[in-house]
Design a protein around this ligand. Structure first.
Ligand code: COA
Length: 276
């Protein structure tokens, strides 16, 4: 008699929303989010911001994902800003809501994510695009990238955290000049400013980011989560970074990763972190 093969269906890993404007590539504990509206230079419309929120949330909750890279599709733009066509006729109230919702859903959300996020800036990063890159934990740029906050040329100011994060990264005077002139800087200047950590060729951009990601993923994801929290606390007006560091440091002593990390060191072997 014929034995029928029973097909065991694996439980779905996560229920992803149907993305229209982004896609995600996953490999070896690394997820790459690609913003995919190349005809609009990957401008951030409301739907894209919502999709990015869901993607970051799902990936952060997935214990397998140790590092996230975000980049733009095509070789022209990372993100050329918020989608101007969506807010051109907004009222004062709507303008305020746009900034508040965006900051909460995407920019603050990414900055405070437990999983490290690297921005791979592959072209124009303007307005909301540079603000998104600045909300990431650090940035790598391709040599053809150009960065700026052009909002005052449109009669508005950066509203997704740009007036706060740019001075944090490059210093007040440089930030003031960039914001007031609405000009763009190239990758070399951005590197000199400390806005990006590395500049590589377009072809090398993702491989280079993946190399850094793989070094990060060898380390304790729990400890990294606490480190992100402590570093960020120093930039918050209502938190004392030193106290947050003390608490986070202490918390690490109760983790399996700490036991494994210290034991492996004393046994002169490489740590294999359980991630708990
Ligand atoms: N919002 C909405 N659409 C945008 C956009 C944005 N921020 N940036 C680019 N686009 C669209 C353009 O309208 C154009 O659409 P179309 O083909 O339907 O006309 C398409 O993307 C390609 O852009 P285009 O301007 O033709 O490319 P370019 O090579 O001539 O110029 C830039 C590139 C980046 C210099 C130019 O697109 C630009 O200045 N964009 C706006 C940047 C900005 O001010 N961002 C801050 C927003 S707060």
């Amino acid at each position: 008699e014929k034995i029928m093969a029973v097909q065991v269906q694996a439980a779905p890993k996560a229920i992803f929303m149907d993305y229209e404007n982004i896609y995600i590539e996953e490999e070896n504990q690394l997820a790459t989010i690609v913003i995919n509206r190349p005809k609009k230079l990957n401008a951030l419309n409301r739907r894209t911001i919502e999709e990015l929120h869901v993607a970051f949330k799902e990936l952060d909750e997935d214990a397998e994902t140790k590092v996230i890279i975000i980049t733009g599709s095509g070789d022209k733009a990372f993100v050329a800003g918020a989608d101007i066509s969506e807010f051109a006729d907004f009222s004062v109230k709507e303008g305020r809501q746009l900034a508040a919702a965006g900051q909460r859903q995407l920019f603050d959300f990414v900055e405070n994510l437990s999983t490290p996020v690297i921005a791979a800036i592959n072209g124009f990063a303007l307005g909301g695009g540079l603000e998104l890159a600045m909300a990431c934990h650090f940035r790598v740029a391709s040599s053809n990238a150009r960065m700026g906050l052009p909002e005052v040329s449109l009669g508005v100011i950066p509203g997704y955290g740009g007036t706060q994060r740019l001075p944090q990264l490059v210093g007040k005077g440089r930030a003031m000049e960039m914001i007031m002139t609405a000009g763009m800087i190239d990758s070399d200047k951005a590197f000199g400013y400390g806005l990006v950590n590395h500049v590589v060729s377009s072809e090398e951009l993702l491989p280079f980011c993946k190399k850094i990601a793989s070094r990060i993923s060898n380390n304790s994801s729990v400890a990294i989560k606490h480190a992100i929290k402590a570093v960020n606390a120093g930039f918050k007006y209502d938190a004392d970074g030193y106290s947050v560091e003390i608490d986070a440091f202490g918390t690490c002593f109760g983790t399996d990763d700490f036991k494994e990390g210290t034991t492996a060191f004393l046994e002169k072997r490489k740590a294999d972190f359980p991630g708990s």
